[in-house]
Design a protein around this ligand. Structure first.
Ligand code: PEP
Ligand code: MN
Length: 625
């Protein structure tokens, strides 16, 4: 059952409630969501709702209708993110775990680990204790394999995941690995589940060969009931009558799981299909269906693999798949970040150097704006997002060191550049140190009960009105009221009691203010993306950059622009953006804004830069990233 606590509950009342529940033999979990405190009380003990309702400080008692309790969304509405070192499994970043089926040797593990890390995997997998169908097949290197995994963590910097097949392995697992996997064959090995529950390390729980979703969640419940909430579910195919694939991948489990539980879900397309060529299509589908990540078998010499070679991707195939996933993720509101681990390390380094707890990152508007989302997806949980009311103030705050970085929208695929920010980039001496692209979906949001036909006034940002022009033309009697950001628009309708108002904003803002979406996706073109850049005084991480942004002007003479562009052409450098902007105070003179696929601050670029300086009157490097 769920005990909703009164807002003004005293610490004494709370500990009295806890004591009473524990005395009745119940498992107690305290959860605080959106300012509301609740206590989950689970177990075999007496759960007489009337009795608990009487306790001072209890506002309401709600029974949990499902047989699984601690894993249920009824108890825990927000998504759980499972931390594994610098990696957060769940939330808005895609986690890819990759590696061989089994650790075969030190060389094999290190070679594959380096490859998969290079392509963006954030955790390494590899079995040391292999539960094989035949007792005559390779059974794994056992403790020797675990030692190799620990070496991979040290040498390559990837956290390691491996399967535990017996409670007797608990001690060595504690010593060497970061995540323990419960294999499909052991999903209902209840002693093992209790054991990993007590170990406290994150648990990667595979779905059994023929387990229902309910049975799978009950297995997760065993782990949580022991006090370990860090469980990651993994769908790896179930046994059906179909022999063309090793198993049948149940992708429909993803939305079911997302509704029933707060735990993250990862898809294993390798064991699901058993065939290399089927792995990439199923991986792409899994991300599109809302999975939090993937576990993929990769081997540099799959023909020589001691197990599951036929389903293992070559490293390069894995790399190509990662590029596809990078493109797909923003479509479903997520990110696959190739520099996830380096970024986390860099943020830690900066914290240490500055003696701070968390780097502060400024963004425009309030919590729930797209800028806020860009900040979270770029940096993860390791920074403190700081809402600021104007773009200029963001530049000022970064310049004065009040915040460490700023997040700025720079261009939108439907409406073009956000010129104010380009002008500010010209004016301030700050650097672009990174970029992130978000798919922008806009929704028509109202107070609960308001319908489309009663709306006469709509609040949003002017850029948003522009992106939703076709939808708004169908309602040309609506008054459009511009506000500073989309979250403010939702706040506005939330705080007014008028029934004729609506806002256009994203879903998160609607959720924050408990408003209702009555029309989804009202942007004119669904391929609506905004590119955000991160500004700062210094690079987050030193290393090779793929892209750079420049601003320059040329003299007003025939062929001046052509001569500058010729330098890029002759050096085989691809331009991905070229735009001109009037120079303030100099009528009919222009600055050129150029993005190119090169690291202009690298040594190899030096001669090219020198040639460019010669052909330009003014040149400013906005940054390489
Ligand atoms: C594995 O991940 O190597 C494995 C044995 O998987 P499963 O338990 O899903 O068969
Ligand atoms: Mn395998």
């Amino acid at each position: 059952m769920i005990l909703v606590l009164e807002k003004g509950i005293t610490p004494d009342q709370k500990s009295n409630i806890r004591r009473t529940l524990l005395k009745k033999g119940l498992i107690v979990r305290e959860i605080s969501e959106e300012g509301q405190s609740i206590i989950g009380a689970i177990g075999k003990g007496n759960q007489d709702a009337d009795f608990f309702q009487q306790l001072p400080g209890v506002a309401e008692v709600i029974p949990i209708s499902k047989s699984f309790k601690l894993v249920s969304r009824e108890l825990h509405a927000d998504d759980t993110c499972v931390p594994v070192g610098d990696v957060m499994i769940g939330g808005e970043r895609i986690t890819v775990i990759a590696g061989p089926c089994a650790v075969e040797s030190r060389d094999q593990a290190l070679t594959i680990a380096r490859e998969v890390r290079k392509y963006g995997a954030v955790l390494f997998r590899g079995g040391a204790f292999k539960p094989r169908t035949s007792p005559y097949s390779f059974q794994g290197l056992e403790e020797e394999g675990l030692k190799i995994l620990a070496e991979v963590r040290e040498e390559v910097g990837l956290g390691v995941v491996t399967e535990i097949t017996s409670p007797t392995q608990a001690d060595i697992m504690m010593k060497y690995v970061d995540v323990v996997q419960i294999g499909a064959r052991n999903m209902q090995n209840f002693e093992l589940l209790k054991c990993v529950g007590r170990m406290g390390k994150p648990v990667f729980l595979k779905r059994g060969l023929s387990a229902t979703i309910e049975e799978w969640l009950m297995s997760a419940e065993y782990i949580l009931a022991e006090g370990n909430d860090n469980v990651i579910l993994c769908e790896r195919g179930i046994r059906t009558f179909e022999p063309y694939t090793r198993n049948t991948l149940d992708l429909s489990a993803i939305p079911v799981i997302k509704k029933l539980t707060h735990l993250p879900v990862i898809i294993d397309p390798s064991h699901a299909t058993g065939l290399r060529e089927k792995v990439a299509p199923m991986s792409r589908a899994a991300i599109a269906a809302g999975a939090d990540g993937l576990m993929i078998e990769v081997h540099h010499e799959p023909d020589k693999a001691l197990s599951d070679g036929a389903q293992s991707l070559y490293p390069q195939q894995f790399g190509q798949l990662m590029r596809d996933l990078y493109v797909i993720a923003p479509v479903v509101g997520k990110q696959l970040d190739f520099s996830y681990l380096d970024k986390a390390k860099a943020v830690d380094r900066l914290n240490k150097a500055k003696g701070t707890d968390k780097q502060r990152v400024a963004f425009l508007g309030e919590m729930g704006t797209f800028s806020h989302k860009a900040c979270e997806q770029y940096f993860g949980e390791k920074v403190e997002p700081v809402p600021i009311s104007s773009f200029r103030k963001i530049f000022e705050s970064v310049k004065r060191g009040e915040v460490d970085f700023g997040v700025l929208p720079l261009e939108n695929s439907l409406t073009g550049s956000i010129h104010e920010n380009y002008d500010l980039l010209l004016e301030y001496d700050l650097k672009i140190i990174g970029e992130i692209t978000l798919r922008i979906m806009h929704h028509l949001i109202v107070r609960p009960g308001v319908t489309l036909d009663t709306i006469t006034r709509v609040f949003s940002h002017p850029q948003v009105f522009e992106q939703c022009r076709q939808f708004l033309e169908r309602h040309d009697d609506w008054e459009l009221v511009s506000v500073k950001d989309t979250a403010k628009a939702v706040k506005q309708i939330c705080e007014s009691d008028r029934l004729n108002e609506a806002a256009i904003a994203n879903k998160v803002a609607a959720e924050i203010y408990k408003m209702e979406v009555i029309e989804e996706g009202v942007e004119t073109d669904p391929r609506n993306y905004t590119r955000f850049v991160i500004i700062g005084t210094e690079q987050l991480e030193k290393g090779p950059c793929q892209k750079s942004s420049l601003i320059y002007s040329t003299g007003n003479r025939p062929g001046a622009l052509f001569e500058s562009l010729k330098i890029f052409s002759e050096n085989g450098i691809n331009l991905v953006k070229l735009e001109s902007r009037p120079i303030p105070g100099k009528p009919w003179e222009y600055m050129f804004y150029v993005d190119l696929e090169a690291d202009v601050e690298s040594d190899t670029f030096k001669p090219i830069l020198a040639a460019l300086v010669e052909k330009t009157d003014y040149l400013k490097i906005l940054g390489s990233y």
